[in-house]
Design a protein around this ligand. Sequence first.
Ligand code: PLP
Length: 499
Amino acid sequence: MEKRGFTFRNGFLYCEDVRVKDIQTDLSTNGIVPSSPCFVYSKEKIVSNISAYQTALKMLNISTLLNFSMKANHTPAILQIVRSMGCSVTLVSGMELKMALKLGFDPRLTVFNGNGKQDWERLLAIEEGCLINVDSPFDLMQTMRMCQKLRKNSNVLLRINPDIDPQVHPFISTGLANSKFGINTEDLEECVTLLEKCSQITLVGLHCHLGSTIHNVSVFRLCTMKLLSLKSELKTRGFNNIKYINIGGGLGINYKQLAERTSPARSSCTMSLEDGYTQTTVQGNNARQLNVTERVSQNDLDYNSGCSELMHDDLKVPTPGGLVECIQSALVDSEVTLILEPGRSLVGNTAILATTVLGTKGNQTKRFIVIDGAMTEVPRPSLYGAYHHIELSEPTDIVQVDKTTNRSSLNDPHRQVYDVVGPVCESTDFLGKERLLPEPHEGCGLAIFDVGAYCSSMSSNYNLRLRPCEVMVDGSTWHIIRRPDTFADLFEPYEGHWQ
Ligand code: PLP
């Protein structure tokens, strides 16, 4: 069977059919500076994630639009795949709109979102005929003024704040009444009254985005019902052009799919050089008993197969099919076009950050693996304590010798509990805490998993670090899709202004 995405083979991490370590070596040999860290994407994974949504949406028998949320990843080569598969994009800034135009997206199918739009952004969105998501009465008034000034009409959606709890981390929850996003019940009447008076603006849709990393898909059903009921209400007030019901993005992915492989609970197992893990008792509330008898198969578990025997019960992975099934019976109005605008669930699991171990340090109570990747490339752990799976991407060279038998084996690496940290001068610069990992040699490859969403697009030059190289793997070939920053890129904005 063809292997997809990321797999371990003989202790080496592969992206599709390419060994991750080989990519790092080749980049270095070809003079790419820095060659590490580096984002590595699987093209096939991106394509299959998009296909999964498209297949699921076909079940609905109504017209649909799948809009990739560009904020999750704005690397052009990825957007090209999105466009080639017939998707549009949801945008949150004028520069994202410029990127969409540059890459040939039809602006009339893009949703231009934002709770605070600047004049130049609004002007561009109106000129290009984007679907404009209105977030507040002031946003609507500014849009009306701009339409008058440009003598242009505009199609808008109202972004509703439905006061629905998406049950996610508060920092990425947007659908509750206390959120800065969306129009609350009191402001809705003001917006409707303004729209009644404005001939240049047509209300064509209703929008709602509840938050991100949603696992309980029933909240999408609630949201669909609220928007449809509002649509009927507005029809009685004469708004007959509401065609789009946009329920946003937000579907979660299973970041902890392989968490058990590096869980410190496993350190209670006694390891024998002969048998690997011989003791099967594992501590921890939710952890199931491990019954790991073969070291090699343990290391080579297919990353995509879900390794169900190692998963926690509470980690049910939401799927596009599950989402569509859940909203299907609520979509009684066949006149509407449903818009979904996922970001994370289309690209989150399509990339790793390939990093290199700089060294290890610490004592018996606390040990660290220091790598060349950092919060500047993978900011989610430092922003809201998010979990990313971490593993060595090649076997460690450090040989463990058993003092009693005097035997050694590379297949039996010495595992310890480490915090994996980067070189950025901040205590929040950690990629993972308390991970049970083999002791790595200096220069060993180490991969941070599931970094396809909100990593490259949120990466920064903090500490004057260079944003890294990105490569796309397609079967057994790969190519660079973004060169790393250079010092010239960093200095250029100051050029002529510093002396
Ligand atoms: N739509 C809007 C309006 C958003 O703000 C976001 C992200 O916050 C998304 C869609 C995409 O969300 P996700 O990446 O969780 O699917």
